[in-house]
Design a protein around this ligand. Structure first.
Ligand code: TRP
Length: 466
């Protein structure tokens, strides 16, 4: 049943693929928005603390698990739990992860599809015209585009096909090759926009807003929000990093790689903030709590800048790339499950699972206005989560990921033998000394308490995180 398992060509391949998974809509859209809602400065600092205290340890835990067991999440937990407290019950964490990957991919791909539509509009020269008139763009997006079932489904399926394509060719020839081209391109576009934003008059205000902490303004709930955001942005809690870790070579250093991925992902979120807030302050924009700021507000501003239509096109190319390297990681979790546990070959696993997820995602694609039954279906009885799309997002991001992350931290912190954890971490790195004790404290106490507090607040305070 076992066929030759894929491997990254080296540490760089792993880092770019994992950073590609982490960097996505979570950084480019969600992070600037929650930062704004939480008054900037102090929130950015707290977010960085959350990445260090919770994100880094849990990501390290996932990579340790994957590289030790060399399996998908389900196989990993059933192998490593043998003879340990809880036994095979732990495989449930793997199934939870595969389920979360399935669900998140089905609706994430719908939003990712929107970026394709915008790239296409830009190539046709229509985007600049639409964006020139804010009313026209908003009308196009909300009333024509979201309401068009054909378009929503088509772009979603095209994006799924691109995702399946990259995963089909395997770890080294597909995922790694895509990431090696797209990630540097993404960094280049971000850098270009960053230089661009320094020339805008709102740049100074943006820097003050982001980097001058004012702890007086900070709500206590911001701490939990920072942890939740770190979690989603770093792709934690469902085995994506575990799966990528399973393709990592033994000679590569886990602590160093994880540190670099955390730095890249955080830098991307912060740079996205610098760029967007420079624009927002330059044009004195109001930000509403709407998912559409990226698609309706920002274009109308970018297009006003010199070379606006080029900037605009580049910007959506960037978002599409960022989304593709993220959907690839979600797909890989589901595919590797079928490869490792069901014994399918990669091609079959990817095509079959990709088709099923694509078909399931049609429900989300149609729930944004095209079909009234699907738009109103409220699966979890929460007022704020109407429609299949939001219901699935709520289920996966607010429940499955935090629960998965908590269990992963507990498994590595309490259930696995400490000497095994240490051995895996030091393989390819060398002796860790007291760094290991710090990581252990983070995994045993800090991360479970922080993530447990999030779950608690969702249950008892009705809070929402993504
Ligand atoms: N981290 C990605 C983003 O910021 C989304 C993502 C990809 C993800 N894979 C994941 C989130 C796995 C949680 C789990 O957009």
């Amino acid at each position: 049943m076992q066929q030759q398992r894929g491997q990254w060509s080296g540490r760089l391949g792993f880092i770019l693929a994992a950073a590609g998974s982490a960097i996505g809509l979570g950084n480019l859209w969600k992070f600037p928005y929650v930062t704004h809602q939480n008054e900037g400065g102090a929130f950015v600092l707290i977010y960085i603390a959350a990445v260090i205290l919770v994100g880094f340890p849990i990501m390290a835990a996932e990579v340790i698990l994957g590289r030790r067991a060399q399996h998908s999440p389900v196989g990993t937990f059933s192998i490593l739990s043998r003879g340990r407290p809880g036994g095979r019950l732990w495989s449930a964490v793997g199934f939870l992860g595969v389920g979360a990957g399935f669900i998140i991919l089905s609706y994430y791909s719908v939003v990712a599809g929107w970026t394709l539509h915008y790239v296409l509009l830009a190539l046709q020269g229509k985007l600049a015209t639409l964006a020139g008139d804010p009313g026209a763009l908003q009308d196009h997006f909300l009333n024509e585009f979201l309401a068009s079932g054909t378009q929503q489904v088509s772009y979603h399926l095209v994006f799924m096909a691109a995702t399946v394509g990259a995963v089909y060719f395997g770890v080294k020839n597909g995922i790694e090759r895509v990431a090696k081209v797209l990630m540097p391109l993404l960094f280049a576009i971000i850098l270009f926009l960053l230089v661009y934003s320094t020339t805008t008059s709102g740049f100074g205000d943006a820097m003050r807003f982001l980097f001058r902490p004012n702890f007086g303004d900070l709500e206590p709930s911001a701490i939990l929000e920072a942890v939740g955001q770190a979690f989603f942005s770093l792709s934690l809690g469902m085995g994506a990093m575990l799966t990528y870790g399973s393709y990592m070579q033994k000679k590569s250093s886990i602590p160093r790689s994880v540190l670099e991925i955390c730095i890249l992902d955080s830098a991307m979120g912060i740079l996205a903030c610098v760029i967007m807030f420079s624009i927002i302050f330059t044009f004195d924009l109001e930000i509403t709590q709407s998912a559409t700021i990226l698609f309706t507000t920002l274009p109308t501003v970018l297009v006003q800048l010199p070379l606006g239509d080029v900037v605009l096109g580049l910007f959506f190319v960037l978002v599409a790339f960022a989304a593709l390297t993220s959907t690839v990681s979600l797909m890989e979790v589901v595919s590797s499950f079928a490869i490792d546990e069901l014994g399918w070959n990669r091609q079959r696993a990817t095509l079959v699972m990709g088709s099923v997820i694509g078909a399931f995602g049609v429900l989300s694609a149609l729930s944004l206005g095209a079909n009234s039954t699907l738009s109103e279906l409220n699966l979890f009885g929460k007022e704020s989560t109407g429609g299949v799309f939001s219901s699935l997002d709520y289920l996966a991001a607010n429940w499955m990921l935090p629960v998965g992350g908590l269990l992963i931290a507990v498994f590595v912190g309490w259930v696995l033998k400490s000497s095994d954890v240490r051995d895996e971490l030091e393989t390819g790195h060398g002796p860790l000394g007291s760094m290991f004790s710090m990581l252990r404290v983070a995994l045993r106490y800090v991360a479970p308490i922080a993530v447990g507090a999030i779950i608690f607040s969702i249950i008892f305070l009705g809070a929402e995180y993504q």
